[in-house]
Design a protein around this ligand. Structure first.
Ligand SMILES: [Zn+2]
Length: 496
């Protein structure tokens, strides 16, 4: 038995000005991983591709690993990057195999294709019409019909923060191996509801997604091979953005359809709970100051969430609105992760650890989709530490994966320690802070450019969470976004 196993992951924010060349899919190199280095990178990690490799090894299969690329969310994927990766996967299949297992995101938009995954799967189907294809997907998949039409099994994460990537790989891969062994005949049903659940209301730790995901897991105990509800990724102005579901059963199409519709109905009935209410920034800072003022040192940090500029949703990670408000408010014993500003890092490196510097921080990126120019802020502080930015995730999310925030430094204003990094990295793992010598548990205030994933590694530390309305291309205010291509009507853009 010969299996082709590959990864090609990107969540595309069509409002983001951040480019997505091939190098963004690589880990410290110019091109994504290939061949043996993939096995090396993902062995014993909590990733879907790691699960595929384990499944295949256990089955004694010959494994072909043409490419593993995973880019931090950003604007549409450059055509050359997409064709480089898709081409390697297609070439590997062209040389012959019994099945293909793919670790995809599900919300990839390229310069040419609104549905990067559906395009890849359609090409695979044309090349090898009978080939079993299993796909692991992110919960933020925007499910296009071409993905359902051209895959044998689709399975998506059931947790947000995403801490079940490995299990999702098993759920997508095992039915394919069982199909090859003649043990099952996967039947799949897909569907949508016209709604854009708000990312700030999508966590599977809270209602209503908690209950929907629990029901999906229950369905897998009631005979479904894989049951998935996708919250969707709303910052993509494409036809099929939003909520969807897919259920795979063993040969029972009616049951797959009934389960799929049940998940979608649960989501639709809860649609008002998926709407986010915005608090003005001044009120947020005032609340943070009050809570922090009452806090004992050991109580853990008040987390100030800069959720409009989360690089893991395509944010430029360099807007200064929320950090600026924290500095203006004079909050003490604060830390911020992070401002992505390679130029400022270089200035700090040139000055050296211990040096006093004044620099223009952040605001490097213009945001044409919002009609905004980047606005840096002058900050004075001491350079505390300069590191190469490599660290390994401690978990529970993407456990064991090697990370790279690039050349990085800490700027200490006396009141706030500001992490300044070179490569977009969302703060969801304690390892990033350890690498920078910042202990978030000892901080009174912790500003994070994140929305939900921070809860994976840092949630237990938080004394309180204040969601701060800042500036950025993953704005939580839909009225700032010019939606033109998403299918209409769709809730809550339209009253349904
Ligand atoms: Zn996701």
């Amino acid at each position: 038995m010969k299996l082709v196993i590959a990864q090609m992951k990107h969540e595309t924010n069509t409002f983001s000005p951040v480019p997505t060349p091939l190098a963004r899919f690589a880990r410290g190199k110019n091109t994504p991983l290939e061949g043996a280095e993939i096995r090396e990178a993902f062995r014993n990690t909590g990733s879907a591709i790691g699960a595929f490799i384990d499944l295949a090894e256990r089955a004694g299969a010959e494994i072909v690993l043409p490419v593993a690329g995973n880019a931090a969310p950003s604007g549409p994927v450059e055509t050359g990057a997409y064709e480089w990766m898709a081409g390697r996967i297609l070439d590997a299949v062209r040389r012959g195999c019994d099945a293909v297992l793919l670790d995809l995101h599900g919300a990839m938009v390229t310069e040419r294709h609104d549905d990067g995954e559906g395009e890849l799967l359609a090409r695979l189907r044309r090349l090898a019409p009978q080939l079993p294809v299993g796909v692991a997907l992110d919960m933020h998949t925007n499910l296009f019909p071409a993905m359902c039409d051209n895959a044998t099994v689709l399975a998506g994460y059931q947790t947000y923060p995403h801490i079940d990537m490995y299990e999702t790989g098993l759920r997508a891969g095992k039915p394919i191996l069982d199909l090859l062994a003649g043990r099952v005949r996967p039947a799949m049903a897909c569907g949508h509801r016209p709604m854009l659940p708000h990312v700030m209301r999508q966590s599977s730790l809270d209602a209503p997604n908690l209950q929907i995901q629990q029901r999906a897991q229950e369905m897998e105990k009631q005979g479904a091979l894989a049951a998935t509800f996708f919250v969707g990724f709303p910052h993509a102005d494409i036809e099929w953005a939003g909520a969807s579901a897919v259920v795979v059963t063993d040969g029972d199409a009616a049951k797959a359809r009934a389960f799929c519709d049940e998940l979608l109905d649960m989501a639709w009935q809860a649609r008002a709970q998926f709407v986010y209410r915005i608090e003005p920034l001044e009120a947020s800072l005032e609340r943070a100051g009050e809570i922090g003022g009452r806090a004992r040192q050991a109580a853990g940090p008040v987390v100030l969430l800069d959720h409009y500029d989360n690089c893991a949703s395509g944010g430029t990670m360099d807007t200064m609105t929320v950090l600026g408000a924290i500095l203006d408010a004079g909050l003490e014993n604060a830390a911020a992760f992070a401002i992505c500003d390679p130029q400022a890092v270089r200035q700090m490196k040139d000055a050296g650890a211990g040096a006093r510097v004044t620099l223009e921080l952040g605001g490097r990126s213009d945001m044409p989709s919002l009609g905004l120019k980047g606005r840096p802020r002058r900050v004075t502080g001491t350079v505390r530490r300069i590191i190469d930015g490599a660290y390994r995730n401690e978990g529970p999310m993407a456990r064991g994966e090697q990370m790279d925030m690039g050349l990085s430094a800490v700027l200490d204003t006396g009141k706030a320690e500001i992490a300044v990094i070179t490569r977009h990295t969302e703060p969801y793992d304690i390892g990033a802070f350890r690498a920078l010598g910042i202990d978030p548990a000892r901080k009174k205030y912790l500003m994070l450019k994140s929305r939900v994933h921070w809860r994976a590694g840092l949630g237990p530390l938080a004394r309180a969470v204040i969601e701060c309305a800042g500036t950025g291309v993953c704005t939580s205010d839909y009225s700032q976004l010019d939606f033109r291509r998403v299918r209409r009507p769709i809730y809550p853009l339209d009253p349904l």
